[in-house]
Design a protein around this ligand. Structure first.
Ligand SMILES: O=C[C@H](O)[C@H](O)COP(=O)(O)O
Ligand SMILES: C=C(OP(=O)(O)O)C(=O)O
Length: 465
């Protein structure tokens, strides 16, 4: 059936009719029959097809021009002229789309960015793990509790967290809810970052409502006083700084659910090229990064900036594979490597990978995820991460780049604006005995607000602040 034409303009972006892009690639195939890890077994294929058709007809969430702008910003990161701050929940949930929850994360990220910008005197590119982070790859397909085995939770886009057979059944209609929750989130994020909320003169207000008695909060207030004084001084001199009233903010998520990502791929009318319009940047994770797999294939077909998470078992030849598939023209900003080696291995494993990339002419950005290689389980059964170990991985990442003469381009972290007790140490010093008090994550442990600020100050010191 012919799709109804819905052409028009929003701003300067020409809106294509909502049809899937003819993804370029071998034989022009839309669905290459490649191994696709971590995909849900939808019980009813017809229901899945109906949801996919709905998503294909839905408006795009982000615009090609915005993705291009992020690619330019990431090119500055790759050239060593900017620093990337990427972060948010491990797993967003449909229940956490309140204004408070979203603005708490956004404020935390803005605060971290201001700390890093001030220290490094370098632009900080702000990218949320937001408005799309609803699908999770898992280590095991099932979970057993008290002798009962059920499918594992794979993120709200697939099934429910509750430990019942009904909740854990994959439900493709959840992909439509993912789209709706992403729309709600993005709508608020756009309003907050373009309205007065993100104005640098609100630097004190961003801290309101958060725990005020941690050392990081005190340091932040001092820094905010300094920024206020600078802005007042400039105002008194008749100089009004540009670019402080709004914040440039982008969204990203793991491009895990291929049904969803393909359905939201659209052709950019300006260039005729396909873009994933589910988020500005999509990445492929450690569990789905096989160079000849369906996820890397998907990234190779879209024009967005893309990232690959690489763990300690990554081989130098894999790096070559990603470069050749995803960034054959060695274009700065197109490809970001997110290293998540673990604190114990980053100093050993990362140098060979960076060296291989440099030898191959790569102009990719290098970013450190100090969370995913440092997770462990306590005897109480809580998955957690230690703040000092997280910090050590970032330190190791900086050391490696310093030795190789390359740029430590950013951090990728899991955090929330809430005062949760999921990671140990840092900020307001969460102890192992505190974990049950506010352990609220749907998947992996996140830094709370004061741990996040604390991390920003420590990274700022590494950047020379
Ligand atoms: O966020 C990352 C992964 O989805 C997560 O670490 C998997 O957790 P698991 O090892 O408990 O499945
Ligand atoms: C699953 C994730 O990480 P990784 O692929 O690095 O394990 C994630 O960032 O949510």
């Amino acid at each position: 059936m012919k799709e109804p034409a819905q052409e028009g303009h929003i701003g300067s972006t020409r809106i294509a009719p909502p049809r899937p892009a003819p993804l370029p690639g071998p034989a022009g195939a839309v669905d290459a029959p490649l191994p696709a890890a971590q995909q849900p077994q939808w019980p009813d294929p017809a229901e899945r097809d109906a949801v996919v058709a709905e998503l294909r007809a839905a408006p795009q969430l982000v615009f090609a021009e915005e993705c291009d702008r992020l690619r330019e910003r990431l090119a500055a990161v790759a050239r060593g002229e900017a620093f990337l701050l990427q972060g948010g929940d491990c797993a967003e949930t449909f229940g956490q789309t309140s204004a408070d929850a979203i603005s708490g994360k956004l404020r935390t990220l803005l605060q971290m960015a201001v700390v890093l910008t001030y220290a490094a005197s370098m632009p900080v590119v702000k990218v949320g793990r937001m408005a799309g982070q609803y699908a999770k790859p898992r280590s095991r397909p099932t979970e057993t509790r008290d002798g009962v085995t059920l499918p594992v939770y794979r993120g709200d886009a697939v099934n429910g967290l509750e430990f019942t057979a009904a909740a854990r059944r994959p439900d493709p209609r959840r992909m439509r809810r993912m789209y709706d929750a992403s729309t709600t989130t993005l709508n608020l994020v756009r309003a907050l970052t373009q309205g007065g909320f993100a104005d640098l003169r609100q630097v004190h207000a961003w801290n309101r409502g958060f725990v005020a008695d941690s050392p990081a909060a005190g340091r932040y207030e001092e820094l905010a006083d300094g920024i206020d004084r600078t802005l007042l001084f400039m105002h008194a001199c008749g100089v009004e700084p540009n670019g402080v009233q709004t914040a440039e903010f982008f969204v990203s998520h793991e491009g895990l659910l291929l049904d969803y990502e393909r359905a939201l791929t659209r052709t950019d009318e300006r260039s005729g090229l396909p873009y994933a319009t589910s988020g500005h940047l999509v990445w492929v994770g450690e569990r789905t990064r096989r160079p000849d797999g369906a996820h890397i294939d998907f990234l190779s077909r879209i024009r967005n900036p893309v990232a690959v998470k690489i763990g300690p078992d990554t081989r130098p030849d894999d790096i070559l594979g990603y470069l050749d598939r995803l960034d054959p023209h060695r274009e700065p900003g197109r490809l970001t490597f997110v290293a998540r080696m673990g604190a114990e291995r980053v100093r050993d494993r990362l140098p060979a990978l960076v060296t291989k990339a440099v030898e191959a002419g790569a102009r990719a950005a290098w970013v450190c995820d100090p969370m995913h290689g440092n997770t462990y389980q306590t005897p109480s059964g809580h998955k957690t991460r230690r703040f000092d170990v997280i910090l050590d991985e970032v330190q190791g990442f900086f050391e490696v780049h310093q030795e190789l003469g390359t740029h430590a381009g950013g951090i990728h972290v899991e955090f929330t604006g809430n005062d949760v007790t999921e990671c140990i140490g840092g900020g307001s010093a969460v102890g192992v005995e505190d974990l049950p008090r506010r352990y609220e994550t749907a998947c992996d442990p996140r830094l709370n607000h004061s741990q996040s600020l604390d991390l920003a100050f420590r990274v700022a010191e590494m950047l020379g602040g």
